[in-house]
Design a protein around this ligand. Structure first.
Ligand code: E4P
Length: 217
C-alpha cells in the first residue's frame, strides 16, 4: 500500500519523505488555507520535494471553470493530480482531464456507486472518506471493501486512495482490505510506530543495560 501524506506543511512532508514514508501528497482547500500560503506556490514547492503524485484541488463548482482551474494546476508540474469533487461537474472535468493525460483524483466519495462513476470517468484515484463516514456512525472501512470488490470484479484501473484517515488502525485495516493508497495526516503515520509493549520492553532493556554498565560506543 502506498502512503500519501495529507498535508500542505512543507516541514512535515520533508521529514517523512526523507524516511521514505511518502509516495505522494494530498491537499485540499482546508489544508491549503491552514498553511497560510498561496496554492500555486505551495503546491509547486511540494511537487519539487516529492516524486509521486501531488493532489491539488479545484475550487470552482461548474465544469468549465473546474476545467480551466484543473488545466492551470496541471501545468505546475508533471506529478500533479488534479482533485475534483464527486459531482456531475467533477466527473465531466475528470473525463476531459484524464483524456488529456492528466492524473485526476476524484474526492469526497461516500458510496460505492460514486466510486463506480469515477472509474467510468477515467479517474486515476478515487478518494473514499473513511473518517467522515465513521463520524456519522457509518462504516468507512466497509466502503473501502465494497469498492475493492467492485473494481476487482471488472478490472477497473482506478486506484483506491483511502482518505479521511483518523487512526493508525485505519491504516492497517486499509492495507488488509487492499486499498492501493492511504492518505493520512503526518501524526497518524507517526502513530503507526507506537506500541505500549515496545515502550515497556525498551524501558526494561534500558534499565538492565544501565545496571550492567553496557556501553557500545
Ligand atoms: C483527502 O484527500 C482529504 O484531504 C482528507 O483525507 C480529508 O480528511 P478529513 O476528513 O480528516 O478532513
Amino acid at each position: 500500500m502506498k502512503f500519501f501524506v495529507d498535508t500542505a506543511e512543507i516541514d512535515q512532508i520533508k521529514e517523512l519523505n526523507d524516511l521514505g514514508m511518502v509516495d505522494g501528497v494530498t491537499t485540499n482547500p482546508s489544508l491549503i488555507a491552514k498553511s497560510g500560503r498561496d496554492i500555486l506556490e505551495v503546491t509547486k514547492e511540494i511537487c519539487g520535494i516529492v516524486d509521486g503524485p501531488v493532489s491539488a484541488e479545484v475550487v470552482a463548482l461548474e465544469a468549465d471553470d473546474m476545467l480551466a482551474e484543473g488545466r492551470k494546476l496541471a501545468k505546475i508540474a508533471p506529478n500533479i493530480a488534479v482533485k475534483v469533487p464527486l459531482t456531475w461537474a467533477g466527473l465531466k472535468t475528470c473525463k476531459t482531464l484524464s483524456d488529456e493525460g492528466t492524473m485526476v483524483n476524484v474526492t469526497l466519495c461516500f458510496s460505492a456507486n460514486q466510486a463506480l462513476l469515477a472509474a467510468k470517468a477515467g479517474a486515476t484515484f478515487i478518494s473514499p472518506f473513511i473518517g467522515r463516514l465513521d463520524d456519522l456512525n457509518m462504516d468507512g472501512l466497509e466502503l473501502i471493501e465494497d469498492i475493492r470488490t467492485i473494481y476487482d470484479n471488472y478490472g477497473f484501473e482506478t486506484n483506491i486512495l483511502a482518505a479521511s484517515i483518523r487512526s493508525a488502525n485505519h491504516m492497517s485495516e486499509c492495507a488488509k482490505i487492499g486499498a492501493d493508497v492511504a492518505t493520512a495526516p503526518p501524526a497518524v503515520i507517526k502513530a503507526m510506530a507506537n506500541h505500549v509493549l515496545t515502550d515497556k520492553g525498551l524501558d526494561a532493556f534500558m534499565a538492565d543495560a544501565k545496571k550492567a554498565g553496557i556501553k557500545i560506543v
